[in-house]
Unconditional design. Structure first.
Length: 146
């Protein structure tokens, strides 16, 4: 995520990470006009409001939900692991759009730092994160979130 004149913009990679969609799928939505953004320094950037409008579309929401569920399915189907693993579904009520954006940024920063698998969606005042990784890393995330 990049800062530009007090506004934080998401990159295609950010949108993919937060939605659980591939960068290729995000680019397809962009080409189809379902995701609006602007080019800055030769790369696409998306304001939080544009990302929210993208996620509000029924077709996109269904795709995101399927990808989020895939994190859980993949976790359940993996029979052999070299180390302990955990999958966590974290629901957090958020009262307004500003609070949701702040929570999303905090989660994104933590997930990137801790190298966790993450799917995220916001719907009807509830932010849902589906996370998978080592129990220690998920514990660190929960401690960080308070």
């Amino acid at each position: 995520m990049e800062n530009n004149q007090e506004t934080r913009y998401y990159t295609i990679e950010d949108v993919a990470a937060m939605s659980g969609l591939s960068t290729r799928t995000v680019r397809s939505y962009l080409s189809a006009g379902q995701l609006e953004g602007k080019k800055m320094d030769g790369a696409w950037r998306f304001a939080p409001e544009q990302f929210g409008a993208f996620l509000a579309q029924d077709m996109v929401r269904q795709s995101v939900r399927a990808k989020a569920n895939a994190v859980v399915y993949d976790f359940l189907l993996t029979n052999r692991r070299g180390e302990g693993a955990a999958c966590l579904i974290l629901d957090q009520p958020v009262s307004d759009g500003c609070g949701e954006r702040e929570l999303c940024r905090e989660l994104e920063d933590a997930v990137n730092e801790l190298d966790l698998r993450w799917a995220y969606r916001f719907e009807n005042g509830m932010a849902r994160s589906i996370l998978a990784g080592s129990p220690a890393k998920l514990g660190a995330l929960l401690t960080r979130l308070g």
